[in-house]
Every structure is written in C-alpha cells, then in structure tokens.
Design a binder for this molecule. Structure first.
Ligand code: CTP
Length: 408
C-alpha cells in the first residue's frame, strides 16, 4: 500500500524561492497516493504560477480569500474541512509569524486557523530569519499548539549564505507527513517500553551510569502510539519530553526499573526493552559522601559491584509473558553476539545496535539489525523516529503471527 493512500492533503505554498520545489512535491504526494489541493499566498504566485500547480494537482488552485466564483464551488470553510492534513511547503518566516498570531488575513492563514486537521509546516528562509528570536518564539508557540515542523536543514541557501533554512527534501516531507496518520497495526494492544540509562548511586553525590540518551526508546514509544497501541514508557533519567498520549513512569536505578517493569508487564502484551539497564551496581551505598582523604594515592579506591537482576531474562522465564523485544548494544561480532543474546534470553525479537567507534549513542540517527527466531531484517541508517516506526512495523507483524499461532 502507498504511504498516503486515500489521504487528502491541502498543500499551502508561500512566497519563497523554494516554491519551485512545490511543483515536484504535488507530483510526489500524488505518487504516494494522496489527493492534493493547492492554496497559494499572493506572494507565492510571484515565484510559480497557479496554472502549473493546477495542472499537476488536477484541481483548481485557490489564492484569494474573497473569490466569489471559487467560493461558490467550495467555500473556504468547506475547504478547511476537506483535508486529512494541511501541509505548508515552503512556509515563509512571515507566514509562520502570521500563523503564530492566529491571523486570518489571507486564504491559507484562514484555512490553517479553521481546520481541525493536523497542520505541518516545512520552513524555507534565510538563516538569519530562521535563527531570529522572533521566529524562534513563533515556532515555540506553534509547536506547543500542536503544529508540526518538518525541517529545515542546513545547506546552501538561495541568498548565497550557508546555514539552517533550507527546505527539507520531498521524500522526507512525505515520510514525516505519513507519520502523522496513525496506522491501526497495534490497535487495542498495550505496549510497555523501557528507555534511557539507569543511575546507580555510590554515595549521596556520585553515581554510575551509561551513555544512553533514551532517544531510541522514546521514539519507539511514539511509534507504538502512532500504530494505535496504548503505551506505558518506563524511563530512566533523561532530558526528553514525553511523547503525546504516552503514560510515563520515571525511575532512576536498575532496582526501580526492575520493580516498575514487573509491576506493569502483566497488563501489557508487548514489552520493548530499550533501556540500558546497569548490569552491575555498587554493592553498598555510602550514606555520607566518600572523602578522598580516606583513600591512599597508591591503593586508589576500589568499588565493589554486584550483578543486578536481568529484567528481560526474568520475564522470559514466566509462563504468562508479554511478547519480548530486547535491544543489544554490541561493539564486536555484532550479529553473532546479538543472535546468542536472542537465544540465551529466550526473546521473541532483538534489535542490535552496533556501538563500535561511538556509533548509536546520543545521536539522532541510527541503524539496526533485527533478528527473531527464523528471520532477520536490516534497518538502514535513518532518523530514530523513522527507524522506530520501521521497527514497530516488524514488531506488529511478528506479534500478530505469534498471537495467531498461540490462539488457533
Ligand atoms: N536488560 C535487562 N535487565 C538488565 C540488563 C539488561 O532487561 N539488568 C535488557 C536491556 O534492556 C536490553 C537487553 O537486556 O534490552 C540487552 O542488554 P545487555 O546489557 O546488552 O545484555 P547482556 O545480556 O547483559 O549482555 P552483555 O552486557 O554482556 O552484552
């Protein structure tokens, strides 16, 4: 099935040199299965003609708010009700400012104000405008109101400068737009996700932890929501906002993570263990801060660690267990070690992260090798959001098969 099959997309085009890319975007959106109607601002018509976009979209292009003939065919409120999503690409700094003020002084702004469909903006502007405090404040305000921003990226700009402000490519725009529509692959399924590092206290001021940022686990939780699941996210200490519609439980240590997972697992059908739980934790906690005078320079400081319980392995040993997906961070013999972990921990699936040479940690992009008994898939380098969606697709397919096998 095509990514945007049957979806109605209202494409808004603003006055920016990137408007020339909108012609191709109309075609790409239609190739992805969408029905497209185009609304242009007056300024946009200085860069590209309505006739071009009309020919490509197969529908009349609207520009003015007060156009009696066009209003008679489809009134602007009717047009605001028509789309499944409004995509403004390119979105200029001026348009973003007008939207942030809630203005309705041209047709496109009025439609964005009136529509109940999700609104996404793909900005394109000069780097100075993008970085200006006024634009940043407008973007913050709109983001809080639920407007999605696709890009921009850094690169050569039409004004001759280098920097952020370049509209993202059409392929990425379409991927991001498709992600706004929930699939029903996990409708009615409860998914538990663990994410982030754990922190193991040594004394009141010191702890042992690891380099996990939690980004992958949070992206997995967001992807599960998109797929229609009810999601509980158990998170170690991270600096990330909670994804929409996710129930979040915060923990600090491996012991707390263990208790939280054991408490919530029975009510969930799938558990995705993306957390980097400490395998070893300090044997004892010093109630008072350890003073360095207590240790000699020659002997140093020896910290005894004890093994922490393996959450996944324990769940795997239960008779009533969720569908279990583990993560493995490996620096060598990546596939061999991952495969051994899949079998040793009796998992239903494992996503293997190659973290050699600093890869995988605290990055926005990643790649994964996914293994399950009798199958494998390689998920190529991509943003963690997209990667999580692909992983969730594999999990949903495997879970359905597993579920059907166990109920027939
Ligand atoms: N995990 C867990 N409980 C722990 C440690 C890890 O549930 N106490 C989970 C992680 O969330 C991850 C998977 O187990 O999904 C793999 O963790 P990892 O530490 O890489 O595996 P180990 O089997 O401990 O092997 P090693 O550390 O030797 O690579």
């Amino acid at each position: 099935m095509k990514q945007l099959s049957g979806k109605r997309v209202l494409l808004g085009v603003c006055g920016s040199i990137a408007a020339y890319k909108s012609a191709e975007l109309v075609r790409d959106l239609r190739d992805a299965g969408a029905e497209v109607r185009v609304v242009m601002t007056e300024a946009a018509t200085e860069f590209i003609t309505p006739l071009t976009l009309q020919a490509l979209s197969g529908h009349p292009v609207r520009t003015g708010l007060v156009d009696t003939a066009a209003e008679a065919a489809m009134g602007h409120i009717e047009l605001a009700r028509w789309p499944d999503a409004v995509l403004v690409a390119p979105a200029s700094a001026d348009f973003i400012a007008r939207l942030a003020q809630g203005r309705a002084d041209d047709l496109l702004a009025a439609l964005c104000l009136a529509t109940r469909a999700p609104v996404a903006l793909a900005p394109a502007m000069n780097a100075g405008m993008w970085e200006n405090a006024a634009t940043r404040a407008n973007i913050d305000k709109l983001t809080r109101q639920g407007v999605a921003f696709f890009g921009p990226v850094s690169g050569a700009l039409a004004c001759g400068e280098q920097g952020p402000g370049r509209m993202i490519d059409n392929r990425t725009i379409i991927d991001k737009l498709a992600a706004l529509f929930p699939s029903a692959a996990l409708q009615g399924v409860a998914v538990l996700v663990s994410a982030g590092p754990t922190r193991e206290a040594i004394d009141p001021v010191r702890y042992l932890s690891n380099r996990s940022s939690g980004k992958m686990g949070f992206a997995v939780a967001a992807a599960a929501v998109e797929a229609g699941a009810q999601v509980t996210l158990i998170s170690g200490p991270v600096a990330l906002p909670t994804p929409e519609r996710v129930k979040r439980v915060d923990v600090i240590s491996a012991a707390q993570m263990y208790r939280a997972v054991m408490e919530h697992a029975p009510a969930h059908q799938i558990f995705v263990a993306a957390a980097a739980v400490a395998d070893f934790v300090p044997q004892a906690f010093a109630q008072q801060k350890l003073k360095k005078e207590k240790f000699s320079a020659e002997d140093g400081f020896v910290l005894r660690l004890k093994q922490s319980p393996d959450i996944l392995a324990e769940l795997a040993g239960r008779e009533q267990r969720p569908f279990l997906v583990g993560f493995a961070a490996e620096t060598e013999s990546v596939e061999q070690n991952g495969c051994a972990k899949l079998q040793r921990k009796k998992l239903d699936m494992i996503a293997i992260n190659d973290v050699s040479e600093g890869r995988g940690f605290d990055r926005d992009e990643n790649e994964l090798l996914v293994l399950w008994p009798g199958g494998r898939a390689r998920l190529e380098l991509a943003g963690k959001g997209r990667l999580a969606r692909e992983l969730m697709g594999l999990i949903a397919d495997r879970y359905r098969e597993h579920y059907e096998k166990n109920t027939t």
